[in-house]
Design a protein around this ligand. Structure first.
Ligand code: HEM
Length: 456
């Protein structure tokens, strides 16, 4: 693998290495057929930066940690988000906005994700996990097979609604989850619509999308109106959004901006975490030695009880397991940017307007930083082995100013859910085709994740 990264001063106009591809379509057929396998193979051939002709334009894949540091930190202002289709759904929310709007919103919302705030949410999170556990207990006595992916999605949705918006699970919850999933799936597919295809081909799909978005907006605006009427005293994110005042103009956020942030937090805050939890149980079922060591840690430190906020930092092996799941299967397997002005990366010229892709999935597989990269081995994240590793070699939440705002929230939720479920149940994969990661908006399971659940 060519991993030499030239310093910016040696930059030239030599072309970024990459496959040639077919006329017009480039490598789109191979990329779309199996994006994970194709890009991993390409990384082994071309190294830490490569050019992939996908359709009529090139995508520059930036993989080496040195180059991630430049894109995500040193020259971050030069690499803007450009998620046009998702922006239709999430508007100017934190995940899709740029520049001044993003900076203002990030500063306003940051306090809701402060360590102290998250510690206060532990009880609410635990209550939702306990509710799920009771449901499983009622059915697991004689062994039961459940779709774990669905279970984890419902759990993560309930947790985000309760902690961020003080919304209790209701009849509506499942409908909201379904509407959101429909809107997201269609939005993701819109990215791949050929521009020459007549719009009417998509009329049915667009109809479903519009219906789902209208339903969600109606619910979000109703929630905002209800909170305005009732007064803001819950101390949750919704209160913060309603009462935040611009330091200079003294203005409050518009209902539209609040709507965008509520949709963004719901979107960014549940499927990612649900995927990691699902993959964790699957990998534990496939690696009984790791599961055994994890149970031993829980037995020693929790003795069958539920963890409180103060216990979470003690569950060090549990954290290593989660870190390793997110190394092998990072939910945000690829994120994209567009270069605002010319730059140089790894000695290559990057013209303004270039489409840039960063892939935690690939960076986490660079053998230089992760020996035998496909092996599931939580020991890699022990303090001894992690010491001295390149900071940008491990980026499940990305780093720099646009790092995930919800990283500590997600880790807290997962560090609670694992022992609260694993100490009470044994999960094994049901017979059938083993589930595979499917790279779409997030790294989802390829189908239902059927697991047999028995009382431990
Ligand atoms: C394991 C769970 C999670 C993972 C792996 C994850 C990963 C990421 C990544 C990679 C980004 C950067 C995206 C980009 O640069 O395009 C991001 C951004 C973001 N995430 Fe997360 N996330 C997780 C959970 C959460 C949760 C629980 C929340 C909210 C409660 C959240 C809220 C956000 C928001 C609002 C952004 C945009 C931040 C900004 O641009 O300022 N995420 N996340």
């Amino acid at each position: 693998m060519s991993q030499h990264i030239a310093s910016p001063s040696t930059a030239s106009v030599r072309p970024i290495p990459g496959p040639k591809g077919y006329p017009f379509v480039g490598v789109a057929p191979q990329f779309l057929r199996d994006p994970l396998a194709f890009t991993v193979r390409a990384m082994h051939t071309y190294g830490g930066i490569m050019r992939l002709p996908i359709g009529p334009r090139n995508l520059v894949m930036v993989v080496h940690p040195d180059l991630l540091r430049r894109v995500l930190q040193e020259n971050v202002r030069n690499y803007a988000k450009n998620y046009a289709v998702i922006q239709e759904l999430l508007g100017n929310g934190l995940a899709t906005s740029n520049g001044e709007i993003w900076l203002r919103q990030r500063r306003l919302m940051q306090p809701a994700f402060h360590h102290r705030q998250i510690t206060m949410m532990v009880e609410l999170m635990a209550a939702e996990i306990a509710r799920l556990r009771e449901r499983w207990r009622a059915v697991a006595a004689s062994g039961v097979t459940l779709n774990l992916a669905e279970e984890m999605l419902a759990l993560a949705q309930a947790i985000i609604m309760r902690t961020m918006f003080s919304a209790e699970p209701s009849e509506d919850s499942a409908q909201i989850g379904t509407a959101f999933a429909v809107a997201m799936r269609v939005a993701e597919r819109k990215n791949y619509r050929p521009s020459w295809m007549p719009r009417r081909v998509y009329a049915q799909e667009d109809g479903r999308y519009n219906q789902a978005v209208a339903f969600l907006e109606q619910r979000v605006f109703a929630m905002i109106a209800e909170r305005r009427r009732a007064g803001s005293d819950r101390g949750d994110l919704l209160d913060m959004l309603l009462t935040a005042q611009d330091a200079e103009s003294g203005e409050y956020m518009s209902d539209q901006q609040i709507r965008d942030e509520v949709m963004t937090i719901y979107f960014a805050g549940h499927e990612t975490t649900a995927n990691v939890l699902t993959w964790t149980f699957v990998l534990l079922a496939r690696h009984p030695d790791v599961a055994q060591r994890l149970r031993a840690e829980y037995a020693e430190k929790l003795a069958g009880g539920d963890p409180g906020a103060a216990d979470l930092g003690q569950l060090t092996y549990g954290r290593q397991v989660l870190d390793e799941v997110m190394r092998l299967l990072p939910p945000a397997w690829m994120v994209t940017r567009v270069a605002v002005q010319d730059d140089q990366l790894g000695g290559y010229h990057i013209p303004a307007g270039s489409r840039i892709a960063l892939s935690p999935y690939l960076t986490h597989r660079m053998a230089e930083f992760w020996p035998d990269p496909e092996r599931f081995d939580p020991n890699r994240h022990s303090p001894e082995l992690a010491a001295g590793r390149h900071k940008f070699a491990y980026v499940p939440f990305i780093l720099g100013p646009r790092k995930c705002i919800g990283d500590a929230f997600a880790l807290t939720e997962m560090q609670l859910a694992l022992p609260m479920l694993l100490q009470h149940f044994i999960l094994t994969e049901a017979p059938g085709e083993p589930v595979q990661p499917m790279p779409q908006g997030t790294l989802r399971p390829s189908g239902p994740v059927m697991m047999e659940i028995r009382q431990a």
